[in-house]
Design a protein around this ligand. Structure first.
Ligand code: NAD
Ligand code: AHE
Ligand code: ZN
Length: 379
């Protein structure tokens, strides 16, 4: 029978206040739960967004972190898919395989534990974390900024032991989101014209996946000039810094660049910025009749997107996706295999590696123009 574990975690006691490395107690896993020793966790902008108090679902005190890989330490009663020692990637979108959403075949948004997860709690409505006598909230069902965490069995997937934790943690969110958006949501075809707004980890992964799909034109768009080289390295055939467009809007520039047989516009655009104005440009840069714009970026509380209705009436489609439409337990082992076969790019996305205790430095690094992903390594 597993016992409580005392370990270190980065606690966000309040929004916008520095994270504090604290000694916490992690309770044993209950029925259909798994306790995981976190080995590597990368920082995602969503961690920062919640830390800043910009997510309506944000609750404090909380242990943030949701992009992680580790080793199963112990399992609760009834757990059958993993055992101690297994290597796993944690899944902020679980896959129960049984709920209406999983059965639909139309979405990856398994919703069986969404309500409690959104409240920062395990499915039984309680927390497994305590610090200084206080209960701490879980985050996105993961809370990886801790040496140990407890997650529902449906919120992890066993993967190949040959894969390095410090790389495959990126498959817990950013990289998978980009690859999935291209392969599972837009289903970009050979020869297609694609525009990618925002060339961070998500946008670069979109570019790499579009290149792999054989897109004919891949236009990276970013206000940070440094991203020109990054986008090109990942397979963009063109790059535009909106500052270069002068009087013209970015959407007009894209329509002109792709003009053929009397009409212009991209077949697919992807918003990887979270900026609602950019989302509008991304839609309006799409080709009349069939262009699809995929919203990936997470906007601030209460922000809305808008366009003129004729943009939709004339056949442009606005779609969105979380985790790239990927079903974690069904699809991620294959993504890991592709990484090991050098068919999915993760290595170059890791620009900073820090010991877990330096997580706050990692958040600061997010603002560096040349930083793509910071990975925390756990002792
Ligand atoms: P990032 O900050 O590393 O990259 C964003 C890029 O957008 C930067 O290079 C920035 O220079 C660029 N940018 C900012 N304003 C711009 C503008 N006006 N025009 C063009 N480019 C602009 O972020 P990331 O980690 O790549 O994540 C991108 C977004 O996706 C974030 O909002 C994040 O929260 C969200 N996200 C969503 C999901 C999902 O499942 N839907 C998953 C992961 C991340
Ligand atoms: N909690 C927010 C929603 C934030 C959001 O959109 N989260 C994305 C993942 S971002 C990963 O870095 C997501 O998966 N959404 C699916 C879901 O069920 O929330 C809010 O608006 O309240
Ligand atoms: Zn994320």
């Amino acid at each position: 029978m597993a016992k409580p574990i005392t370990c270190l975690a980065a606690v966000a006691w309040e929004p916008n206040k520095p994270l504090v490395i604290e000694e916490i107690e992690v309770a044993p896993p209950k029925k259909n739960e798994v306790r995981v020793r976190v080995m590597a966790s990368s920082l995602c902008h969503t961690d920062s967004y919640v830390h800043q108090g910009r997510d309506p679902e944000g609750v404090f005190p909380v242990i943030l972190g949701h992009e992680a890989a580790g080793v199963v330490e112990s399992v609760g009663e009834g757990t059958s898919s993993v055992e101690p020692g297994d290597h796993v990637i944690l899944l902020y979108i679980p896959e129960c395989g049984k709920c209406k959403f999983c059965r639909s075949g139309k979405t990856n948004l398994c919703s069986v534990i969404r309500e409690t997860q959104g409240k920062g709690l395990m499915p039984d409505g309680t927390s497994r974390f305590t610090c200084k006598g206080k209960s701490l909230f879980h985050f996105m069902g993961i809370s990886s900024f801790s040496n140990y965490t407890v997650v529902p069995e449906i919120s992890l997937v066993k993967v190949d032991r040959a894969a390095p934790f410090e790389k495959i943690c990126l498959l817990g969110c950013g990289a998978t989101t980009g690859y999935g958006a291209v392969e599972k949501v837009a289903r970009v075809e050979k020869g297609a014209k694609v525009a990618v707004f925002g060339c961070g980890c998500v946008g670069l992964s979109v570019i790499a996946a579009a290149a792999r799909a054989g897109a004919g034109m891949i236009i990276g768009v970013d206000t940070n000039e440094v991203k020109r080289e990054w986008a090109t390295k990942f397979g963009a055939t063109h790059f535009i810094n909106p500052a270069e467009c002068g009087e013209k809007s970015i959407e007009t520039t894209l329509i002109e660049m792709t003009f053929e047989d009397g009409a212009g516009g991209v077949d697919y655009s992807f918003d990887c910025t979270g900026n609602v104005k950019v989302m509008r440009s991304a839609l309006e840069a799409c080709h009349k009749g069939w262009g699809q714009s995929i919203v990936i970026g997470v906007a601030g509380v209460g922000e809305c997107i808008s366009t003129l209705p004729f943009q939709l009436v004339t056949g442009r489609v606005w779609r969105g996706c979380a985790f790239g439409g990927v079903k974690g337990r069904s699809h991620l082992p294959e993504y890991v295999k592709r990484y090991l076969n050098k068919e999915l790019r993760l290595d170059e996305l890791v620009t900073t590696v820090l010991p877990f205790e330096k997580v706050s430095e990692g958040f600061e690094k997010m603002h560096d123009s040349n930083n793509i992903k910071t990975v925390l390594i756990y002792r």
